[in-house]
Design a protein around this ligand. Structure first.
Ligand code: 13P
Ligand code: SF4
Length: 338
């Protein structure tokens, strides 16, 4: 059963923002979409800038993006680019990770308030408390965390490599922060390692209930159900496949079903349906429940991307001492995974 606190947070948290997102047609009235796309692409060329876009962003942002993908892919791209400016269409911790991996580049985030609700559930103080309660145990942190938190952890992971990172660390016991559900998913795959999780969670993914899965099974008996490991464990248990954003997208392309129920953020479904139409896959992708929208991911619009690129405001800066330690935490992830 979901706890009372979890139920409250997942139902109340950001419904007004979700309503606003559904009515976002007004946003592009001032400038036409095509004008904006053209002007952003022109600015990118003039400034030697690239745009990295997470697949939970509004789908039209892909039109100006150089790379679109999940956290792991985008952090790799950030570390490899020769551009002078990286504009990150995503949330705060993603832009911070790009800055850590490309310290000499200017990294811009269109809206500095677009934090990840889960990442903000842990700070230096309560991480220290958690570590004191479980002394001398290495800490694995999900990339959905701030640079300050990463600086106090041993190794970072993303949802695509969390199992591999914990396994390759070679320890008998680890602490996992901040996502208790990704941590318990890793635990289910690695029963010989003792994993103690912090009690953070993603309110967007926790809005998916086991009842949604049961209903989807009843209404679409011919479909496969694919879920993100940030979902509640009751949901993951009932899904046909559990994987990161990238794994969900790849799995649905590689398997031969006509219909898929997607239990993760709406942006993934929008992109899969767009590509299915464009490339004639003949597949249909259905969002498990219409409220699975991360409001903070939707703060970014083409308008604010244009403004940010033009003004070069909203630059990400990180204290050098924190940056040194946090970079070590991310780089360790790259050294212990393929
Ligand atoms: P990915 O690691 O799958 O990109 O997910 C990031 C995220 O914020 C999921 O909610
Ligand atoms: Fe954070 Fe959840 Fe939004 Fe991902 S979907 S950015 S974990 S709040």
């Amino acid at each position: 059963m979901l706890s009372k606190k979890t139920k409250e947070l997942t139902t109340q948290n950001d419904c007004s923002l979700i309503k606003k997102y559904r009515n976002f047609a007004f946003i592009y009235k001032a400038k036409g979409i095509m004008d904006l796309i053209q002007e952003i692409n022109k600015l990118k060329k003039e400034k030697n800038a690239i745009i990295l876009t997470h697949c939970y962003q509004r789908v039209e942002i892909d039109e100006v993006s150089d790379y679109v993908g999940d956290s792991f892919y985008l952090s790799k791209m950030a570390s490899k680019t020769n551009a002078d400016i990286i504009l990150f269409a995503g949330v705060y911790f993603m832009a911070q990770s790009a800055k850590l991996l490309s310290p000499n580049k200017k990294v811009l985030l269109p809206n500095l308030k677009s934090g990840c609700i889960m990442a903000d559930m842990i700070d230096v103080e309560n991480l220290q408390l958690f570590k004191n309660q479980h002394p001398n145990i290495p800490v694995v942190c999900y990339i959905n965390s701030t640079a300050e938190v990463k600086a106090l952890c041993d190794v970072c992971c993303t949802s695509s490599n969390a199992v591999e990172v914990v396994k390759n660390l070679g320890e008998k016991e680890v602490l996992f922060v901040p996502d208790t559900y990704l941590g318990s998913y890793v635990q289910s795959k690695l029963p010989d390692i003792k994993i103690t999780t912090f009690n953070g969670f993603c309110p967007t993914h926790l809005r998916i209930r086991k009842e949604d899965i049961e209903l989807a099974r009843k209404n679409h008996p011919d479909a496969l159900i694919l879920a993100h490991p940030e979902c509640h464990k009751e949901v993951s248990k009932l899904a046909d496949f559990v994987g990161s954003t990238k794994e969900i997208m790849e799995f649905s392309k590689q398997t031969n079903y006509k219909k898929y129920i997607i239990a993760t953020e709406k942006g993934v479904v929008d992109r899969l349906n767009r590509d299915s139409k464009k490339e004639n896959w003949g597949k249909e992708f259905i969002l498990i429940n219409e409220n699975i929208i991360c409001p903070n991911m939707k703060f970014n619009t083409l308008e604010c991307i244009y403004e940010t690129l033009k003004t070069e405001n909203n630059e990400i800066t990180i204290d050098p001492e924190i940056a040194k330690k946090a970079t070590r935490c991310i780089e360790k992830m790259f050294t212990i995974t393929v």
